[in-house]
Structure formats: C-alpha cells, structure tokens
Design a protein. Structure first.
Ligand code: DLL
Length: 433
C-alpha cells in the first residue's frame, strides 16, 4: 500500500473519535474569530460547549453561498494575514465572487486529499501527470498540481487550452495520467483523432482524473471506450478545499469522502433536517482542519447520499453517490422537473450521438420552448434526410422515456457545438423570468 493511503483504513470508532475531537477544536475557534458564525449561534441559542457528540453538530447553523458573497473578501477569514499563503476565488455568474484565503496547513491538507485520490486510482510516483485544469483562481489546476507533487508524480502543468500542443506534449513526454474536466477530455479526444493520434497506439495514457462538473455513467463509459483509459471521478468545491474532497476507488460506484478532513452530512433541503445514511438529499460539509477559512455546515447544493454498505476495498471512509445533479440546476419545463443529467443519460443510449449537446430554453408569453441540440458522430452523419429523420426520432424516444416530455430535437453536424476548456455550459435558459 502506498504510505499516503494508510489513513484511508483507520478503524471507524477511531475515526468518529477523531472527528469529534477536531470539531470540538474547530467550533470554538470559528465562534471566537468569525462574527457571522458567532451571531448565528447566538441567535439559535447554541454555544460551542454544546457540542458533546457528533450528532450535536446538527444544532449549529448552516453556511450558504450568499454568506460567502456577503462577507467578501475577508469576513469569514479566521487566521491572521501573516498565516495566509494563498487565495482561491470562484467567480459565480452574478455579482461578487467568493474568496477563500488559505494557510500553508490548509494547502497541505487539500494536497493530501488529492494525493490520496491519485493513490487510490492506482497512480504512482512513476506516473507523469498532465494537469489540464485551469490554473489561477480556480482550484482545479493548483489542486491537482500540488496533489500530484505530494504523491511524487512528475507533473506537467499545461493548464487548459492550446489543445494541439497538449496532445503533442502528452505523446512526447509519455504522459500516463491527465486531470481535466470530462468535457475538455472529450474535446481533446476529438482533436487527437483529427491529428491522427490514437490514444491507445500513440500515447501511454492510462488514467483520467475527471471532475468539476456533473458527468453521467454513460459519458464515463464513452470516454473509456474511445480512449482506452480508466476514467476516475474526483469531487470537490472551492468553499471546502478544491478537488480531492472525495474520489472513487476501483470497487465503488461512488466516492470515498476523506472524512478525517471533511465531515459530511446529508440534509433535507426543505426541512433542513439531517437525514440518516442511505437517504438522498443535499450534501453539507464541515472542514475539520482548515484554519484560514473554516466552514461549518456548508450547504453545497449538490444532491447525493452517503452509502450504508461498507466498500469492498476496505477503506473505512464513507462513500457518497456520484453527483449527477444540484438542487439549483433542476429545470422546470412545462411544469415538469428535469435534470440535465437525465437528458444526457437518454442521449448517450443512442450510439450515433456524440457526447456533445446543448439544452436551449426560451419562452413566448404563454409557452416554454424546449430544444436539445445534439451532435451526430462523423460515421453516422449523412446527407440522407430520411436516415437523419429516423435517427432524430430514436433520439427523441430515448430522451422522452426518461423525462416524459417531448423536446424539439435538432441534430447538428460533428464539431458544430461549442467546446469548453473548463466547465461546460450545457443549458442556455433564455426564458422570461
Ligand atoms: O470544481 C473543484 C474541482 C476542480 C473539483 C477539479 C474536481 C476537479 P468549484 O468551481 O467551486 O470547484 O465547483 C464546485 O462543481 O459543488 C459540484 O456541483 C461540481 N463538481 C465538482 N466536482 C464534481 C464531480 C471545483 N466530480 C462544484 N462530479 C460542486 C460532479 C462536480 N460535479
């Protein structure tokens, strides 16, 4: 076993004891240093000493995204500036960003999470890791970079973009693992094919470390099929660390949460009650070790479930379901709730459809217009209108069976829809609000 993985196998009783001890340090620390947290606790009539068991965490207030915006830039910073070594920010689509100052110890814990994910995927010191997540304020690039170095990999910090050069370097330097968004990898794969590069024949690529956006099991299979690599899932968010909060092992269809650093809860997003393991709801995290910007009970908006079955790999850290949806990405079309991942699942059942699509919503005064533009794979794209019409009908049937609605399906030629170097934008919602 790689020494970096040893912590993954801690006995459960020891883990719970450790989590409680860490919380009993964190809560008073946060209470003393972060006025918003203190005010919320006081309003609820709860004091740091009220945390006697792990279940008592439920008495403490939640933190949400708008709190981070409202307190921008330093309102939630708990450590003095002399201890801060790094900032990460997430832009958000509207208004102010959120800003997360981190101490050296925070960066180290985060890197530990990423390194443990990489080790769990079977990546070793001998591996050459190409980091094609964006560097900078986004956590993807630097997160994967520090984790790779911590494990001892040779890191190639290409960042996102300049796709042809990425493929050249991948070949020339013998890259064995790549970290990027799944949508960017699909773009890389298409570009490689256009350059006459076959991943299996011309590169040493074995591992993909994919996250930062939802991706269905169908896309995962497609990626593995076209490239011959193993597609690993890595999860995280700026507010809690960045990538490396959780990752999948070869045995589970979910992700082990590094619970010794990040304490997970699942809540009912309507009642805000904590749900027992096994039930689906909104994922909430508390950072057990972070001191720059600690988070107590941060509501992620991601929908998941903590699985109850112990994992066959022997790791004791709980497994959360892969994230396919967020509470805020649900679309309501003609009064029906639709998640983009459901549409993706339907589309990917049709072999002639490429993993590139866009959902368009617009409205007249009385009606929602719902269109899905999908790319056809080059081999199936023809001028024969009758063939295309038959394919369109099959695509519609595959989507309709899952969402129960009849969107307009528009088939488009290979390479027509926009590609992304980072997180892809799948939904264009121009409806009148
Ligand atoms: O996306 C951190 C990250 C970078 C994770 C690289 C993995 C790899 P944010 O920009 O703050 O941070 O976005 C966080 O992205 O709440 C999820 O909704 C989504 N997300 C992240 N990882 C996954 C994943 C980074 N593996 C938000 N599967 C999260 C599905 C994911 N969604």
């Amino acid at each position: 076993m790689n020494p970096i993985s040893q912590k993954d196998y801690i006995d459960v009783a020891g883990l719970r004891k450790m989590q409680l001890a860490k919380l009993q340090e964190l809560i008073p620390y946060e209470y003393e240093r972060v006025p918003l947290f203190r005010r919320r606790c006081d309003e609820k009539g709860v004091k740091p000493r009220d945390l006697a068991t792990l279940a008592d965490l439920a008495k403490f207030p939640f933190m949400i995204k708008t709190d981070l915006r409202d307190e921008y830039p330093y309102g939630l910073t708990a450590a003095p500036m002399k201890d801060i070594v790094r900032f990460h920010c997430s832009s958000g689509t509207t208004g102010k960003p959120i800003c997360i100052p981190a101490t050296m110890a925070d960066v180290d814990i985060w890197s530990d999470g990423v390194a443990r994910c990489l080790a769990m995927y079977g990546i070793m010191e001998e591996d050459v890791l190409q980091v094609s997540y964006g560097y900078g304020l986004f956590t993807g690039g630097l997160g994967a970079h520090y984790g790779g170095e911590k494990l001892g990999c040779a890191v190639l910090p290409t960042g996102a973009g300049n796709t042809e050069k990425q493929i050249m370097l991948m070949k020339d330097l013998g890259v064995t693992a790549i970290a990027c968004t799944p949508s960017y990898f699909l773009h890389l794969a298409t570009t490689a094919a256009q350059m006459g590069v076959d991943f299996r024949r011309d590169t040493k690529l074995k591992h993909g470390i994919f996250g930062a956006e939802p991706w269905t099991d169908e896309i995962r299979r497609k990626i593995e099929e076209i490239s011959g690599i193993t597609a690993h899932d890595i999860y995280g968010l700026t507010e809690i660390a960045g990538p490396g909060v959780a990752g999948n092992c070869p045995y589970c269809n979910g992700l082990h949460v590094w619970e010794d650093h990040f304490y997970p809860e699942i809540i009912d997003p309507d009642t805000l009650e904590v749900l027992p393991d096994g039930e689906q709801g909104e994922l909430v995290f508390t950072t057990l070790d972070r001191r720059g910007t600690p988070m107590v009970r941060y509501r992620t908006r991601d929908i998941s479930r903590l699985q109850t079955e112990p994992c066959k790999c022997g790791r004791t850290m709980r497994v959360m379901d892969r994230i396919h949806a967020r509470t805020d990405d649900m679309l309501i079309v003609h009064g029906v709730n639709v998640f983009p991942s459901q549409i993706e699942t339907g589309l990917m059942k049709v072999p002639e459809i490429a993993p590139h699509y866009q959902i368009h919503l617009s409205s007249t005064d009385t009606l929602d217009l719902f269109e899905i533009k999908v790319e056809v794979v080059p081999e199936a794209f023809s001028d024969n209108i009758r063939d295309l019409e038959a394919l369109r009908k099959r695509v519609l049937a595959a989507v309709k069976t899952i969402i129960g609605l009849t969107p307009k399906i528009t088939l488009v030629g290979p390479g027509t829809l926009p590609r992304s170097e980072g997180k892809i934008k799948r939904v264009i919602d121009n409806r009148k609000k």
